[in-house]
Design a protein around this ligand. Sequence first.
Ligand code: HEC
Ligand code: HEC
Length: 365
Amino acid sequence: MRAKPTLAVLLLSLLLCACKSPKQPNLGEPLADLSRAERAQFEEGKKVFERVFTPQDGLGPLFNANSCAQCHEAPVVGGVGDEIEIHATRFVAPNSCDPLFDQGGPVIQQNATPLLQAKGIMKEQIPPGATAQAHRSTPPLFGFGLVDAIPEATILSHEPRHGAKGEGIAGHANRTIDGRVGRFGRKAAVAALSDFNAGPPGTDPAPDPEITVEDIEKVTAFTRFLAPPPQQIFTNHTDLHLARRGRKLFAHLDCVVCHLPKMNTGPSTSKALHRKTLALYSDLMVHDMGSALADICLEQAHPSEFRTEMLMGLRFREQFLHDGSAKTVQEAIERHDGEARNSRDRFKALTEKDKQALLKFLETI
Ligand code: HEC
Ligand code: HEC
């Protein structure tokens, strides 16, 4: 005969359940509070994200890769990749930027289908009108549905005219041709997740890979419902102590002025995206980072302006800065210039122990 659980045991298990904090999804998992239907959309979308396209499906004739997951792949699907894209645009000083849509758009396709290769064309050439070209490493897409759900007004409220900034730090939101606030891509030139996945409608003759409107919606659902990276919680005393000190230094050095630790999403029809707080570590604005990092213009971002890179999940990245040219986090910080020069100089002046503390803190986010 089975023993009946006593009231005490029942109460105890109830208490244990209540004490456990809600579980953070693991890397690559969907947001925690999706509806059943949304969860199904995430799974469907993931399949399309991983699907390998062939010339028969409309791939090419020029292309960069044959699936989203070929680039966004590490350490799980939706993450980083070692692929480096080449982009090119035409900057006409002082303020005009031509994305060269009449010459194939800013993304240069570095592969061709066998049919085209047989004709001796191995890849797209840089359009002759371009004034500069840029290298772009493949960024992770974790938590992007929440980034998408941040209201424009929230981003604009951090523009300098709304209050004092750190010394020498300005920055501005980028805007699309139709006036929306940009947030995706290293120059924040794209306003919505669905736009990024689709490519600018009617302008890109060869979106990469070429997929149907229905598949684009599915892929968007995958990126929309992909959870942000879990925060790392140190349990040993030394790391915990260092990371705490590092958090203070991150604020003290004005890193937080650009790498704004948190933003809130607005109202959303999806409960999982509705009025949530995201620890993204970015103001989603573009800042002048100095002439050494400068490359192309895009919409209203000048060659030397870049979106404050979101630092969430930094520990899962393998290379740093927009072109992947920095091999360590420390190198990425030391190459900040322009508006971030002051902050960088103060980082460089830290004692070795304090530098380690700051880097330890960055491992937690
Ligand atoms: C050839 C490699 C490659 C493929 C294939 C690829 N991406 Fe990307 N992806 C990149 C690179 C490089 C960037 C950075 C572009 C930039 O910064 O302007 C990027 C950026 C993005 C961004 C914005 C990231 C940010 O930080 O704001 C999204 C969203 C995205 N990709 C989704 C997709 C989806 C969906 C697919 C499949 C339809 C896909 N990508 C296919 C390389 C790739
Ligand atoms: C003026 C704004 C600004 C300030 C201040 C600033 N950053 Fe940045 N940070 C950026 C921008 C913009 C980028 C993207 C640069 C690029 O991709 O070339 C970036 C990139 C980074 C990266 C690389 C992320 C990646 O994955 O490529 C790290 C790490 C970083 N910042 C840390 C810091 C730290 C630590 C501080 C304070 C000492 C700091 N930043 C201060 C704007 C700023």
